[in-house]
Every structure is written in C-alpha cells, then in structure tokens.
Design a protein around this ligand. Structure first.
Ligand code: FES
Length: 107
C-alpha cells in the first residue's frame, strides 16, 4: 500500500499543504477541487524551498505556486515556471493518487 500523505479535506480547496517529508525530500500539495498536485519543494534553479510559511505555497490570486524568495510563478497543473529566474524550467512532480478521500503517493 502506498504512503498516506493526508486526507483530502486536510487541504483547503484552492489551497496548499506542506512541506511534508517523504523519502528524504520535502514535498507540497496543491488542491483544486478533487484534484491534488504534488511537487518536490525545491525551485529548479537553486533548489530553495518555495513557501512563505507552512501551507502557503500559492500567490494571492491562488492561481500560481509562488517562490517566496523571488515571486517566481509556477503553473499549478504542471509546475512550469512562467515568470522568474527559472522561467521555462519545471518543478519536480510527485505522482499521487486520490481515492476514498485519501491522498497517497502513487506506488
Ligand atoms: S529561489 Fe528559485 S525561483 Fe526563487
């Protein structure tokens, strides 16, 4: 059975959760309705963690993941940096399953 990360309702809809330590890395989760996206918590250019505070990975609009250091913006759906020093680079995705209200690492 793959590792349970949290229950879906523990992530605010339109919000984010993390960092969560998993297999020696920190990851974070972003929820959009029933979809949850997961990424390693490291920007692609200097591998800095992204959050402003725990569970605060999104910009004010809630439309992008934001780097608290530079304000670099990353698309929630695929982790591509669309503005900032690593424009065009990608966050490292974490494959998840969401089933029966549980968010798990995919096996
Ligand atoms: S520290 Fe790398 S995008 Fe801001």
């Amino acid at each position: 059975m793959s590792a349970l990360l949290c229950r879906l309702e523990e992530i605010e809809d339109g919000g984010s959760k993390g960092p969560i330590p998993v297999e020696g890395k920190d990851i974070f989760l972003v929820r959009q309705g029933h979809a949850v996206y997961g990424y390693v918590n490291a920007c692609p250019h200097i591998y800095a963690s992204l959050e402003f505070m725990p569970d605060e990975f999104l910009d004010d609009s809630g439309e992008y993941i934001v780097c608290a250091t530079h304000g670099a913006l990353f698309r929630i759906e695929d982790g591509e940096c669309v503005a900032g020093p690593c424009k065009g680079d990608m966050l490292t995705p974490v494959t998840l399953t969401v089933k029966d209200g549980e968010v798990r690492l995919a096996a």
